[in-house]
Write a protein that binds this ligand. Structure first.
Ligand code: B12
Ligand code: SF4
Length: 521
C-alpha cells in the first residue's frame, strides 16, 4: 500500500494541448515537426526529482487518449497556448473524472489568464505556473504531497486568484522589472533558474522519429544530407533585447519577454554535449532576438559548437541593420545554413512607429531598417524568414499596399535566400500590450485616433470591455478591432495574406508557410 501510494503520488502526465491543428483536414505534416521544448524542460526537472514522467504533445502526436494514459492519483500538467485553452479545460475535467489528483497548468496563455482559470466554478485547474521559473516547478513537486494545496506559498505558482492580470503592458513589465531588482538586492534572484539541459529521451524514440521524418518531408530539400537531418529546439538565452525601454511590440504575447537572462558557459557546454550525443544537427534556438546576444554566440564559438545542417534563430531588423558583422559570427557555427527569423511587420513607416510600436534608436526610418536588414542578409549568404501583419491600429489600404510592395522588393532582393514570408491578420490576444483595450477606455480612444476615428464609451463597453475576462479573445472582438481601429476590413487583411501565401508558393525553393491563421480555441 505504501509503495503504491508512493508511485501514485509521483507520476506526472504532461500534455501540450492543441486544438486547432487537430481539427484541420488534409495533410498537417508541416505543423508537426518541432519537438516541444516546454514540456520536455518541465518533465526533465520533475524527473530529476524522482518522479515518473509521461509526455504527450498533441501538436505532433494528435489528440491525447486520457483514459489510456492517466492513472488514479496522477498529477496532470497542461501546457496552454491560445490554441488550446478551451480544450485544456475540458481535458482537466476529464482527467479529474479519471481520478487525477491534481491538475496544473503553465505556458503563455495560462500565465496571462491565471485568475480566469482559477476562478472557473468547478475548479478544473488547481494551480497555475505564472512564470518560466523552474525552481517553482521543483519546489512544487517537493511540497505537493505534504502541504495542503491552499497553503502552498511558492513564488511563480498561483493556487487562488490574486486579483492581478499578468500582461506585456508597459506598467506591468515595469513592475515585474522592479520586483526582480528587489529580489536581486535581497540575494533571492537566481538568474539561471530558467536553464536546464533537457533530458531528450523523455520523448520516446517513436516521437523523435516522427518529428525528424516530418521535418525531412517538408524541409529536406533545404539540407545537404536530407536523410540525416535531426532537428530540435534549444534555449540559449531568455528574453528579447527590444524590451530595454519596457516597451514591447503591440501584439507580443510572449510571457517573460522582458526578463532577459544569459546562460553560463557550463550550461551551454552541457547543452552542446547532450544534443551532439543525441545526433541533433539542425537547431532552432527559440530565444527572442538571439541575434543581438553576441556574447552567447562567442561562448558557443569558444566551445567549438557546430551545427552541421544549420541553425535558425530570431533576429530584429534593428540589430541586423546595425550589426551586420554578427551574421558572420552566427554563420561560423553552422555548416552553411543560417536562417534568421525576423518580424518585419509592415512596409509602412507610420504602422511601424504607431501601430506595431517597433523600436528605433535614433528616431530614424524603421522601413529603412527593414530594408537594410534584407540587404545585409542578401550579401551575407544567410537565409531569411520574415513576417508581416495586416491590421495593426491605423492600417489603411495604402499602408497595406506599401507592405505588399516591401514584400515584392524583399522577394526579388533575396531570391532563394528568402525561405518564407509569413503573413497574418492582427490577432488581438490576451496578454499583449494592446490587450489594454479590454480595461482602459482612454487607450481605446488613442487606438481609434491613430485610425482617425472615434469610439464611444458604450461601443467600447459592448465590443471590448465585456470580453475582458474571456479565456481567449472571441472572433467578434477581432472584427471589432478592425472596425474601430483600422480603415480596412478583416476580409481585406485575409486577402493580402492569401496573396502573399500564393506568391510564396511559387517562390523558388521556398519553405511551406503556415496555411492557417492563429485561431484560438
Ligand atoms: C518554438 C515555438 C513554437 C514551435 C514549437 C512549439 C513549442 N511550443 O515548442 C512551433 C513553431 C511548432 C510553434 C507553434 C505554435 N506556436 Co509557438 N512559439 C514558440 C516559441 C518561439 C518558443 C517556445 C519555447 O520553446 N520556449 C522555451 C521553452 C523552454 O519554454 P516554454 O515553452 O515557454 O515553457 C516554459 C514555461 O512556459 C513553462 N511551461 C510550459 N508548459 C508548461 C506546462 C506546465 C504544466 C507547467 C507547470 C509549466 C509549463 O515551463 C517551461 C520552462 O520554463 C514561443 C515564443 C517564445 N519565445 O516563448 C512561441 C509561442 C509559445 N507560440 C505561440 C503560438 C500562438 C503558437 C501557435 C498557436 C501558432 C500557430 N497558429 O500555429 C502554434 C501552436 C503550438 C502548440 N499548441 O504547441 C505563442 C503563444 C501565445 C499565447 N499567449 O498563447 C508564442 C508565445 C509566440 C507568440 N506569437 O507570441 N511554436
Ligand atoms: S521583437 Fe518579437 S519578441 Fe521582442 S517584443 Fe517584439 S514581438 Fe516580442
Amino acid at each position: 500500500m505504501a509503495l503504491s501510494q508512493h508511485i501514485q503520488n509521483s507520476r506526472l502526465v504532461l500534455i501540450n494541448v492543441e486544438h486547432t491543428i487537430n481539427t484541420l483536414s488534409g495533410d498537417t505534416t508541416q505543423y508537426r515537426l518541432w519537438p516541444h521544448l516546454g514540456i520536455l524542460t518541465v518533465g526533465t526537472v520533475v524527473h530529476e526529482e524522482g518522479w515518473e514522467v509521461v509526455l504527450h504533445d498533441e501538436l505532433v502526436q494528435g489528440y491525447v487518449d486520457l483514459e489510456r494514459i492517466v492513472q488514479p492519483g496522477d498529477m496532470v500538467g497542461l501546457s496552454l497556448v491560445a490554441t488550446g485553452m478551451e480544450r485544456g479545460i475540458e481535458l482537466a475535467r476529464q482527467a479529474k473524472n479519471l481520478g487525477a489528483r491534481i491538475i496544473i497548468a503553465g505556458n503563455d496563455s495560462a500565465i496571462f489568464r491565471v485568475d480566469q482559470l482559477l476562478r472557473l466554478p468547478d475548479h478544473p485547474i488547481d494551480a497555475v505556473f505564472t512564470s518560466n521559473s523552474l525552481t517553482a516547478v521543483r519546489e512544487f513537486v517537493r511540497q505537493v504531497g505534504s502541504v495542503n494545496l491552499n497553503k502552498l506559498n511558492i513564488p511563480g505558482v498561483a493556487v487562488v486568484p490574486g486579483g492581478f492580470t499578468p500582461s506585456n503592458e508597459r506598467v506591468v513589465i515595469q513592475a515585474e522589472r522592479e520586483m526582480r531588482a528587489q529580489l536581486r538586492q535581497q540575494g533571492k534572484f537566481d538568474p539561471h533558474d530558467v536553464f536546464v539541459v533537457p533530458k531528450l529521451d523523455l520523448f520516446g524514440d517513436e516521437y523523435w522519429q516522427k518529428v525528424w521524418h516530418n521535418y525531412r518531408t517538408v524541409f529536406g530539400h533545404k539540407h545537404i544530407t536530407t536523410a540525416q537531418v535531426r532537428n530540435a529546439l534549444s534555449l540559449f538565452a531568455q528574453g528579447c533585447t527590444r524590451t530595454g525601454t519596457a516597451d514591447v511590440c503591440s501584439y507580443c504575447t510572449i510571457a517573460g519577454v522582458a526578463d532577459i537572462r544569459l546562460p553560463t558557459q557550463e550550461y551551454l557546454k552541457e547543452l552542446l554535449e547532450v544534443y551532439e550525443a543525441f545526433g541533433i544537427n539542425y537547431l532552432f534556438n527559440v530565444t527572442d532576438s538571439a541575434y543581438e546576444m553576441r556574447s552567447v554566440c562567442h561562448t558557443l564559438q569558444s566551445l567549438g559548437a557546430h551545427f552541421s545542417e544549420g541553425l535558425m534563430l530570431y533576429g530584429r531588423a534593428w540589430g541586423i541593420s546595425r550589426h551586420p558583422e554578427y551574421l558572420e559570427d552566427w554563420l561560423s557555427l553552422t555548416g552553411g545554413r543560417l536562417l534568421v527569423n525576423v518580424g518585419m511587420d509592415s512596409g509602412d513607416e507610420r504602422m511601424l512607429a504607431r501601430g506595431v510600436v517597433k523600436a528605433t534608436q535614433s528616431g530614424g526610418s524603421r522601413i529603412e531598417e527593414n530594408r537594410q536588414a534584407v540587404r545585409h542578409i542578401a550579401s551575407s549568404g544567410a537565409h531569411l524568414h520574415f513576417s508581416l501583419i495586416f491590421g495593426s491600429s491605423g492600417e489603411t489600404h495604402e499602408s497595406c499596399q506599401r507592405s505588399l510592395e516591401f514584400f515584392e522588393w524583399a522577394r526579388s532582393a533575396l531570391g532563394i535566400q528568402l525561405d518564407q514570408c509569413e503573413t497574418d491578420i492582427y490577432w488581438l490576444n490576451h496578454g499583449s500590450p494592446s490587450s489594454q483595450v479590454f480595461h482602459d477606455y482612454n487607450y481605446a480612444q488613442q487606438l481609434a485616433a491613430i485610425a482617425g476615428k472615434e469610439i464611444s464609451r458604450s461601443t467600447w463597453e459592448q465590443r471590448f470591455h465585456q470580453y475582458k475576462d474571456t479565456l481567449v479573445v472571441p472572433w467578434e472582438c477581432e472584427e471589432a478591432w478592425y472596425d474601430c481601429f483600422t480603415s480596412i476590413t478583416v476580409q481585406e487583411a485575409q486577402e493580402h495574406v492569401t496573396y502573399v501565401a500564393r506568391a510564396m508558393s511559387s517562390h523558388e525553393n521556398a519553405a511551406p508557410g503556415r496555411g492557417y491563421a492563429f485561431q484560438p480555441g
